[in-house]
Write a protein that binds this ligand. Structure first.
Ligand code: ATP
Ligand code: MG
Length: 264
């Protein structure tokens, strides 16, 4: 049982990760082409991915390779052009905007390089925001948020506004907010990208701790090879495909431009 669930109203119990389970993320024949007025850009063609429950996967790759786009698709923030994307047994490629919002709220904790905390609200209120959005009472939401601030070692910063927190503290609050709804999947897009080395290590330690203690399945995009090496599996996104291992510097990657690509 997760400590922070105590203050949550009864919800459908979510099975937590157990080693050796079937994939919780299963991507098949993923295609993504952006079409703009200036032409089309194909990022993935026939990309496949399996992530088992409980895994922490690091995704590395050249800037522009499509790492953020892949996370957006997995998290139902963007739609694939073709392919199947099964995430926690839901084919996210087929969700309506309303269903996608509900899916994200229920299953996905998202952390970005920038914290995106609301500056006019306190740390406690920021963490409680997803619970307010779900209609949880103010008292319960603030209790649960306080539990999560304790989990990220910021119990004494609840009344601080984001501008009164350090970069590492802001990111820890963002992590608490991402997990306050007790999702099964944590998607983190360069969560330590804005932090100095020591602070980045601390935030990554925290991600690892929460990943284990809450039975999460986590996908972390990072340019930091030392941090990537700490994941249970490292995947390199290159030339529109994912491959295992290899922490050496990637070859330069240029996405395929379609027939209508802008002329130089
Ligand atoms: N909405 C969009 N419309 C058109 N092209 C886009 C769109 N979003 C992203 N792209 C292009 O898709 C490519 C991949 O972008 P993405 O942000 O996924 O890369 P990334 O691997 O996350 O890079 P970085 O490491 O710099 O964050 C880039 O060339 C980008 O310009
Ligand atoms: Mg990116």
């Amino acid at each position: 049982m997760v400590a922070s669930q105590d203050a949550l109203p009864a919800r459908e119990a979510k099975p937590r990760a157990k080693a050796g389970q079937a994939p919780i993320i299963q991507v098949r024949n993923l295609e993504k082409t952006y079409t703009t007025a200036r032409g089309s850009l194909t990022l993935f063609q026939g990309l496949s991915l399996d992530v088992k429950a409980g895994e922490m996967v690091a995704i590395v790759g050249q800037s522009g390779a499509g790492k953020s786009t892949l996370l957006h698709i997995l998290g139902a923030l963007d739609a694939p052009t073709a392919g199947t994307v099964l995430c926690a047994s839901v084919n996210v490629a087929q969700l309506s905007p309303q269903e996608a919002a509900a899916f994200r709220n229920r299953e996905i904790g998202y952390v970005w390089q920038f914290h995106y905390l609301l500056p006019e609200f306190t740390a406690l209120e920021n963490v409680a925001m997803p619970l307010f959005a779900r209609g949880v009472s103010k008292r319960e939401a603030l209790n649960t948020a306080a539990n999560w601030l304790r989990e990220v070692d910021l119990a004494d910063r609840g009344s601080h506004r984001p501008g009164e927190l350090s970069g590492g503290e802001q990111q820890r609050v963002a992590l608490a907010r991402a997990l306050v709804n007790n999702p099964r999947l944590l998607l983190a897009d360069e969560p330590t990208g804005d932090l100095d080395e020591t602070t980045a290590n601390r935030v990554f330690d925290l991600i690892e701790r929460l990943h284990k203690s809450h039975g999460l399945t986590s996908i972390v995009v990072t340019h930091n090879m030392d941090l990537a090496a700490r994941a249970t599996c490292v995947l390199r996104l290159e030339a529109g495909q994912l491959s295992r291992g290899q922490l050496s510097a990637p070859a330069a990657y240029t996405p395929q431009t379609g027939a209508r690509a802008a002329k130089k």
